[in-house]
Write a protein that binds this ligand. Structure first.
Ligand code: CO8
Length: 292
């Protein structure tokens, strides 16, 4: 009845207690802490990296409310799990995610979506304190592009296709597309993309600064996990502080942002890991982080 999830893994990676039943209901546990049944995502841990794989292939991973609730649930569990330090979100080779589930929008009026804060739960990812890396292959359109942009780092496969095509549906991006795109690639390009609904390539995304690396299709996930493991091998309070400080750059003036950074910088001197890191450097040895 149960079959192990089979996927090529990078060297040294390990799936922790992942089982998929014949009806594709997965039961998972990372070190006994994360335990949840999911239908539209798959969960694996690779050492201290928690992987979330969107798994609605027939709908090109269209982000239904149900799927997004599962993403949120897994993100929150990983954020709480002391055995997990970084998180990777991926899809499959054809699609990271082709947007919000358009079929859910059929017949919905302004009053319907306004009164119920339709898809309002998409914002939860912005509260996750651990680093989140998007490993994008295939389509990352509309809400899929917005999900990738809500992650902290994007690695993309060379055939990945990004875009905000909402305008072609008579709507506009609703999960930060107009805001994050303009911050990442500038006003003129963001206007062109959003107003025309044209897609753009992984290479363009990298040239414009939206994506940090373009990789061969079959390397994207492994490289994202490797990056996650590299980040996970460092002192986690410092990692979280760095993420928090960088994200403040989107909210604050330069002066206020630098002030915030300085306060966090000083506060890290209270960590045992600061003593350890400095001592290890001075004594020319490897640091042993305790995350304290
Ligand atoms: N929603 C629902 N179903 C989808 C979606 C989607 N976004 N995208 C693809 N599918 C389904 C198709 O309906 C089709 O299903 P079926 O086989 O049952 O007909 C299946 O996936 C395969 O799709 P195609 O046959 O269309 O595959 P193609 O290779 O021909 O085309 C495309 C691929 C170009 C990606 C095409 O599917 C497409 O254009 N998809 C829609 C892209 C799009 O417009 N995305 C934006 C959606 S709106 C949005 O994301 C707003 C987010 C707002 C968030 C607000 C938070 C508060």
């Amino acid at each position: 009845m149960f079959a192990s999830l089979v996927r090529p893994l990078s060297k040294g990676s390990q799936i922790t207690k992942v089982l998929v039943t014949s009806n594709n209901v997965a039961k998972f546990s990372t070190s006994g802490v994360l335990r949840k049944d999911y239908h539209d995502i798959l969960i694996e841990s690779h050492g201290k990296v928690g992987l979330i794989t969107l798994n609605r292939p027939k709908a090109l991973n269209a982000l239904s409310s149900h799927l997004f609730h599962e993403i949120n649930s897994a993100l929150e569990k990983y954020d709480e799990d002391p055995n997990i330090s970084t998180i990777v979100i991926t899809g499959n080779e054809r699609a990271f995610a082709a947007g919000a589930d358009i079929k859910e929008m059929v017949g919905k009026s302004f009053a319907d979506v306004y009164k119920t804060a339709f898809l309002g739960h998409w914002g939860k990812i912005n509260d996750i304190r651990k680093p989140v890396i998007a490993a994008v292959n295939g389509f990352a359109l509309g809400g899929g592009c917005e999900l990738a942009m809500s992650c902290d780092i994007i690695y993309a496969g060379e055939k990945a296709v990004f875009g905000q095509p909402e305008i072609k549906l008579g709507i506009i991006p609703g999960a930060g597309g107009t805001q994050r795109l303009v911050r990442a690639i500038g006003k003129s390009k963001a206007m062109e993309i959003v107003l025309s609904g044209r897609n753009f390539t992984a290479k363009e995304a990298e040239q414009w600064g939206l994506v940090s690396k373009v990789l061969p299709v079959d390397k994207v996930l492994d490289e994202a996990i490797k990056l996650g493991q590299e980040i996970a091998s460092l002192s986690q309070p410092s990692i979280q502080a760095a993420k928090e400080s960088i994200n403040r750059a989107f909210e604050l003036s330069l002066k206020e942002g630098c002030h915030f950074e300085r306060k966090l910088f000083y506060s890290l001197f209270a960590l045992k890991d600061k003593e350890e890191g400095i001592d290890a450097f001075v004594k020319k040895r490897d640091p042993k982080w305790t995350d304290e």
